[in-house]
Design a protein around this ligand. Structure first.
Ligand code: NAD
Length: 532
């Protein structure tokens, strides 16, 4: 198939955005002709089309398994490898980190992710294996998924050196037609660069196709997200390659996975299977960057509104509820707090801005999204200082180190950033996190001022203030009576809005949160409210 440019049908602009437009192709699991899609909002946004690609009917039988190689066994690669095996494929997962591969071969899971240990135990040697031998894995595979890191480079652009290194290695082992799949998040035109590198290494054009298949999983719910996706996006400039990806995902798009014994329950089912959207490779690459940038934008937007709410004595929780009840907006990603972090949003916003710049497109909005996010950490730091007057010599309990709850990932974590600032200002910090302490200890080694506790109340013991930095569920379920007993002063500064101010006040705490007036427990007399 050629790489035909996307066109809109006449009369399409201004049409009801909840209806699929006439040329829209969502394959298996998509809207039935003449019927609105089950998730109208999502389907209405989809505008990427392929011409000449046959629309598939739902099938509940498993097509022939595909031999798959996944390169990279991190949050994305490992989850993808184990889930592909669970879907019935033969998977070899490759990593150049020998220690990691050794752990995985013994059934150990190097990351904290729900359902992963059980699935790995079930599929190890029964569909998935691990190796450092990239060449051997490529030779015996039909589809090769690249899932290595694409960190932020100095200019904001994604650093594609890991991808390039892997492609050069793949080139040496191509022994027949292979579909090379970009699973890593990469800038537009990476598919062309991969093709170019393969050509330079003397690989014949008919021996491969490069396909974009971005991953939308979220850490913490990665396995369920993978097996019950909102959508699967395949960006293919060749019909032959798109067909291989259709075969790979058929257990999800045809629904057979959802009826298999032991299938994990989630949003998809045999009656409402996963939807697969086929686009050009460039569109698919942009879909991933644009999706992450849009989610980051929602977070920065609500944080900017939170700062305004705080200035006028409003309540951001009420405001966010009121905004989110609009079905065009939706309630997700409207949680005010310390801002986004992690290995994706910060670097993807920067990379998307860089991509736009390279194409001569002025996308200043993305700079603003980043700026608001960075400022939010300073806003929080200033709240801690305002609540304690001075920080030097103060003893603070930090609840949370991971960039969000349900993960051990501390990359670009706002919690780590805030703790570093507090230590620099002369405070001492005792931190606790249910899963991220081991990783955090590498970035923030225990010293005289920095220490780690084995539990929440141990961290809070004798603290001048307790800071909530990560939205772990357990931090929202504290025994407030016990907490009040162990701290030196009952002050909670909550960067994640896990409590109602009235509840904290009732339990005798001075409570400072985001986008809401601080509730101040006076030492004597009636409690009063304080605006910082
Ligand atoms: P990660 O750092 O957790 O894992 C990358 C893995 O690749 C590591 O285990 C590393 O050892 C391995 N690796 C690096 N070079 C290699 C080589 N030459 N050969 C073999 N293995 C090699 O990264 P991640 O979080 O899984 O992210 C991978 C990609 O997926 C990134 O582009 C990221 O933006 C994207 N992504 C991540 C998430 C997420 O939530 N983490 C979600 C969607 C997309």
């Amino acid at each position: 198939m050629g790489n035909a440019p996307l066109t809109l049908n006449p009369g399409e602009r201004g049409a009801n955005p909840d209806r699929p437009h006439p040329g829209m192709v969502i394959e298996a699991g998509g809207p039935q002709p003449g019927k609105p899609p089950s998730n109208a909002a999502t389907a209405g946004i989809a505008r990427a089309l392929t011409r000449g690609m046959p629309r598939r009917r739902n099938r509940q039988r498993m097509s022939k398994p595909v031999s798959i190689c996944v390169i990279g066994s991190g949050y994305v690669g490992l989850v993808a490898a184990v889930c592909f095996a669970e879907m019935g494929h033969q998977v070899t997962c490759v990593d150049n980190d020998e220690a990691k591969v050794r752990t995985l071969c013994q059934g150990g899971v190097p990351i904290y992710e729900e359902h992963l240990p059980e699935l790995l135990a079930k599929r190890l040697g029964q569909g998935v294996s691990f190796t450092t031998d990239l060449g051997g894995a490529v030779e015996r595979s039909e589809a090769i998924f690249i899932a290595v890191g694409t960190p932020q480079g100095d200019t904001g652009a994604a650093d594609l050196s890991f991808v390039e290194a892997v492609v050069s290695e793949i080139a040496r082992s191509i022994n027949g037609y292979k579909v090379i799949v970009e699973k890593s998040t990469v800038p537009v035109y990476t598919n062309e660069w991969i093709s170019r590198v393969l050509h330079r290494h003397g690989v014949e054009p008919q021996s491969f196709d490069v396909v974009s298949n971005p991953e939308f999983l979220r850490e913490g719910t990665a396995v369920i997200d993978f097996l019950h996706p909102d959508r699967i996006v395949v960006g293919a400039n060749s019909e032959r390659a798109a067909d291989v990806l259709r075969r790979i995902y058929e257990p999800l798009t045809g629904g057979s996975y959802y009826t298999q014994p032991g299938a994990l329950p989630g949003a998809c089912s045999a009656a409402s299977p996963a939807r697969l959207l086929v686009t050009s490779a460039q569109s698919s690459e942009i879909i991933k960057h644009a999706s992450n940038a849009f989610l980051a934008l929602k977070i920065s937007f609500i944080n900017a509104v939170a700062n305004l709410a705080e200035a006028v004595d409003g309540d951001i929780e009420d405001i966010a509820a009121g905004i989110g009840m609009d079905s065009r907006i939706g309630p997700k990603f409207l949680r005010a707090g310390l801002g986004y972090g992690g290995s994706c949003f910060p670097k993807d916003v920067a990379a998307f801005h860089w991509v736009a710049q390279q194409q001569g497109v002025d996308f200043q909005l993305l700079q603003e999204v980043r700026k608001i996010n960075e400022t939010q950490r300073d806003v929080f730091f200033n709240k801690v200082r305002a609540a304690l007057w001075t920080l030097r010599g103060k003893r603070l309990a930090a609840l949370g180190l991971a960039f969000k709850g349900d993960t051990d990932d501390i990359r670009e974590s706002p919690a780590i950033d805030v703790i570093k600032k507090l230590l620099e200002a002369g405070a001492s910090v005792t931190a606790y996190d249910p899963a991220a302490m081991e990783r955090a200890a590498e970035a923030l080694p225990a010293t005289g001022k920095m220490s780690y506790a084995a539990g929440i109340y141990e961290a809070a013991k004798d603290a001048d203030a307790v800071l909530i930095l990560t939205d772990w569920k357990v931090f929202g379920e504290l025994d407030l009576v016990r907490l009040n007993q162990v701290v030196r002063f009952p002050i909670v500064i909550d960067g994640r809005n896990l409590y109602r101010p009235e509840e904290m006040l009732e339990h005798g705490f001075t409570y400072v949160s985001v986008g809401r007036p601080a509730s101040y427990q006076a030492q004597q007399g009636k409690p009063r409210r304080m605006v910082l």
